[in-house]
Design a protein around this ligand. Structure first.
Ligand SMILES: O=P(O)(O)OP(=O)(O)OP(=O)(O)OC[C@H]1O[C@@H](n2cnc3c(O)ncnc32)[C@H](O)[C@@H]1O
Ligand SMILES: [Mg+2]
Length: 172
């Protein structure tokens, strides 16, 4: 059985749980660590490109001596005057390969979009909007906006599957 050392480049439980739940269903023994890694983009990325770059930078900055590292990043971008939530992931390997994938996108209500244009971060804005706290650590904006049908962990899990699937296919 393959023994792999990997990292998730965040201490956010929604991201850690997404990675560990996908990895535990594989036929590998994985030693997963959660590390703080710089995204080198703004706290609230405002384009698909910036969000993707944040995920890539996190993965590269967390890699060290490990077999691979995964970076996940949430952001927003504007299309046809609507602000959308977007999510990107990147997996960087010790062998120098980089896999990327994106996840669900959903429009943000005008009221939330306005706060973001005013320079606020989505996490606290969502907490005010839904009158809850720490939303970004569990259900996420997507959980609120889908009435609980899709939460942030589940959304990130799909991105992790897209990344691990590409990695697995490459290393077979
Ligand atoms: O600790 P890290 O890994 O940085 O986790 P985070 O929750 O800050 O997540 P990101 O940096 O990837 O997200 C960028 C910004 O967008 C916010 N955000 C993104 N997706 C969100 C979601 O589904 N729910 C709540 N906030 C979200 C988040 O609070 C940040 O302000
Ligand atoms: Mg953050």
């Amino acid at each position: 059985m393959k023994k792999i050392r990997a990292a998730i480049a965040s201490k956010n439980p929604a991201k850690i749980n997404a990675v560990s739940s996908v990895l535990k269903n594989l036929e590998w023994t994985i030693d997963l660590s959660a590390v703080d890694a710089e995204s080198e983009v703004s706290a609230q990325p405002f384009s698909q490109q910036e969000t993707r770059r944040g995920a890539v930078n996190r993965a590269n900055n967390a890699l060290g001596e490990l077999d691979f590292a995964i970076g996940l990043e949430g952001g927003v971008y504007e299309m046809d005057k609507t602000l959308y939530l977007c999510n990107w992931g990147a997996l960087a390997t010790q062998g120098g390969r980089l896999f990327t994938a994106a996840g669900a996108q959903i429009p943000l209500p005008t009221e939330i979009a306005k706060s973001l244009y005013d320079g606020k971060e989505l996490g606290p804005v969502m907490d005010d909007y839904a009158n809850e706290s720490g939303i970004r650590h569990h259900k996420g904006a997507i959980g609120i906006l889908t009435d609980g049908l899709v939460n942030r962990g589940e959304m990130f899990s799909q991105i992790v599957k897209l990344l691990i699937g590409q990695y697995q296919r490459d290393s077979d």
